[in-house]
Design a binder for this molecule. Structure first.
Ligand code: PLP
Length: 229
């Protein structure tokens, strides 16, 4: 099974329609099932659109499970409401399993999710615009730190800079050599929380979320600028 996540956590990258189609066609050709996690599908920037893999390759629908939820688009993280869309037999079996693991999402959260999905989407768009503004702020401010390589993320609400240029250097008598050590150093000295690349794969990167207020975001990035100046 292929797990396809676009826009991505942790990188914030978004596959193009062509890339999505190529991956979908490959999965189809090889009879590989796909779980497509589309939870960030409404959070894209600079005119980029996240193409669903079944939109790109409709024939893949018979072997794809779409996963989505209200957590990101509607700022409902913690409400624990999501859904799957897929072939009826697969969904039925998944439902049987789910009913013994975490059955009965509380009714209030379900009602709230219905209201979010069926109500006007203007506030969701305002959230997206706020994220876009914060995205541009964090990318431009982080880029001022010597030793950081900051890609421009086009989706989700994360930035995933390459921190290898900071490793092996000494600040205040501390010499972080991995992104895990760097994350600890940042937490201790700047009181800014980042997730080290080790949580997702290789060392050398950190994930930073910009899902927070503009003022706090600026304060956090400025602390990093001071720490590494
Ligand atoms: C790619 C992806 N899928 C799903 C989720 C789950 O969201 P929730 O469990 O809050 O509905 C997250 C949350 O971080 C995510 O990043």
């Amino acid at each position: 099974m292929l797990v396809f996540v676009s826009p991505s956590n942790p990188t914030g990258s978004v596959y193009t329609a062509e890339e999505t189609a190529a991956i979908g066609e490959w999965a189809l050709e090889h009879g590989i099932w796909v779980i497509s996690d589309e939870i960030y599908q409404n959070l894209t920037y600079e005119g980029v659109k996240a193409t669903s893999i079944v939109e790109a390759v409709p024939a893949l629908a018979g072997q794809t499970i779409l996963v989505n939820g209200v957590a990101k688009t509607y700022a409902m993280t913690g409400w624990r409401v999501g859904w799957m869309v897929g072939p009826a037999d697969a969904i039925k079996i998944a439902g049987n399993l789910q009913s013994h693991l975490s059955s009965n999402v509380n009714n209030v959260a379900q009602k709230a999710a219905i209201a979010a999905l069926n109500g006007p989407q203007t506030e969701a768009e305002q959230f997206r615009e706020a994220f876009d503004r914060r995205r541009r702020l964090i990318v431009s401010e982080l880029s001022k730190i010597d030793g950081l390589v900051v890609p421009n993320p086009l989706g989700a609400f994360y930035v995933y800079p390459d921190v290898q240029g900071l490793l092996g250097r000494t600040w205040d008598g501390v010499t972080p050599t991995t992104s895990l050590e760097l994350a600890d150093f940042i937490l201790e000295r700047a009181e800014v929380a980042v997730v080290p690349g080790e949580a997702f794969g290789p060392s050398g990167y950190i994930r930073m979320s910009y899902a927070l207020g503009d003022d706090q975001l600026l304060e956090g990035v400025q602390r990093l600028q001071r720490l590494f100046s």
